[in-house]
Ligand binder design. Structure first.
Ligand code: NAD
Ligand code: TDX
Length: 339
């Protein structure tokens, strides 16, 4: 079996590559990634020595490059992680989100049709369901909910999902889609909540909590997500959508306080800053379908996962210290200085 993993130099894609090489040592895995600000070759170091792994630098919107790669490699399965993934950046500059997340998906599906790929799996997000109210803990996202969007990022991901379903119905492309909640774990870029707060706490810098900090996210340990995708590409039904989440709902303030407690820093570092525009209130996944059809359940509880994640950032300081030494400083200044 030969698997193409796009966006594999990023957070979830790299974890998925490690998971697949370990779980299926006889599979060949090719990573296609153009190495944007958050794609990092250092992350892929553990895979580079593996004879079953190959890295190709390239942009998923580059039709010629993508078609040539598909012609040469004859992939059985494509798992599309490649995306611009940060909501705050999409609010500042939506254009690249539409290009990569929608047009990139189109190019990959066109190539999948042309070269007879057996399964095209789209890595989606729960943000395409919009948000849930804070005072209705009985409500959860299910796969049959209508799509809506609060940010240019979620609009681009919802558009991609619609395109994937259209390619299935119109051309018979064998697709599956997964929509997961917020991931956390090793190798996440320190622009997202958890790694950003760990980094700031360790440096005794303010922890910038948007609005009141009451917004709720449903945290999924990245390895549990990888396990779910592996199950879907093998046993999931073509044309179906699967939600992935493990009932690990926490308010942002709770998450930040947990981090401070674990690294032994005071809550006085918490600083409330201006809210995100269009800020979604609550995400919460109903994972009943993937559990019933494929037997998936998450293995990692939030308390264990967050401990392991903090330990990983403590043990791998050079990985993130290198990232924050460059253009990241400008990003941080722009996003947080006048908030
Ligand atoms: P990430 O930003 O860490 O990584 C994205 C990767 O895609 C990077 O390596 C980047 O270089 C690559 N990439 C970007 N544009 C590309 C292009 N045009 N061509 C080739 N490669 C390109 O993202 P992530 O957090 O790992 O997310 C992966 C996928 O999972 C995304 O599709 C995202 O929408 C989805 N997702 C993420 C989360 C989360 O909590 N992180 C939750 C739900 C869904
Ligand atoms: O500095 C911050 N302060 C803060 O209060 C940051 C970076 C975030 N937040 C809040 C905003 C959100 O309520 O924390 C919450 C989580 O924020 P992000 O880490 O930016 O994630 P989110 O916006 O929830 O989106 C994530 O989950 C769905 C991923 O980035 C998406 O790629 C995924 O689709």
């Amino acid at each position: 079996m030969k698997v193409l993993v796009t966006g594999g130099a990023g957070f979830i894609g790299s974890n998925f590559i490690f998971y697949m090489l370990d779980k299926h040592p006889d599979y060949d895995v090719v990573c296609l990634d153009c190495l944007t600000y958050c794609g990092n070759m250092k992350t892929l170091d553990p895979a580079m020595a593996n004879d079953h792994f190959k890295f190709v630098k390239g942009d998923v919107t580059d039709r010629e490059l993508v078609f040539k790669l598909f012609e040469e490699e004859k992939f059985d399965v494509v798992v599309n992680f490649a995306a611009e993934s940060h909501v705050d950046r999409s609010i500042e500059d939506p254009g690249v989100f539409l290009r990569t997340n929608i047009l990139g998906t189109q190019v990959l599906m066109d190539a999948s049709r042309e070269y007879g790929v057996g399964r095209f799996h789209q890595v989606g997000t729960d943000e395409v369901y919009g948000d849930l109210p804070l005072d209705r803990p009985d409500l959860f996202f299910t796969e049959d909910m209508p799509l809506t969007a609060s940010s240019p990022y979620s609009a681009s991901k919802a558009s991609a999902d619609l395109l994937v379903m259209a390619y299935h119905r119109t051309y018979g492309l064998p697709v599956t889609i997964s929509r997961c909640s917020n991931n956390y774990g090793p190798y996440q870029f320190p622009e997202k909540l958890i790694p950003l707060m760990i980094k700031n706490a360790l440096a005794d810098e303010p922890l910038p909590v948007y609005g009141t900090g009451e917004n709720v996210r449903d945290w999924l340990y990245v390895e549990d997500h990888c396990k779910a995708i592996d199950m879907i590409i093998h046993d999931g039904k073509v044309g179906e959508v699967y939600n992935i989440g493990g009932h690990n709902e926490k308010s942002n303030l709770d998450v930040v306080k947990t981090i401070l407690r674990q690294v032994g820093k005071p809550e006085s570092l918490i600083t409330f800053v201006g809210d995100r525009k269009g800020h979604d209130l609550r995400y919460a996944i109903d994972p009943a379908k993937i559990h019933a059809e494929l037997g998936w359940l998450p293995d990692t509880k939030f308390d264990d996962g967050i401990r392991q994640t903090i330990q990983w950032y403590l043990d791998n300081r050079s990985w993130w210290e290198e990232i924050i030494s460059g253009e990241y400083q400008e990003y941080y200044e722009k996003m947080y200085s006048n908030r």
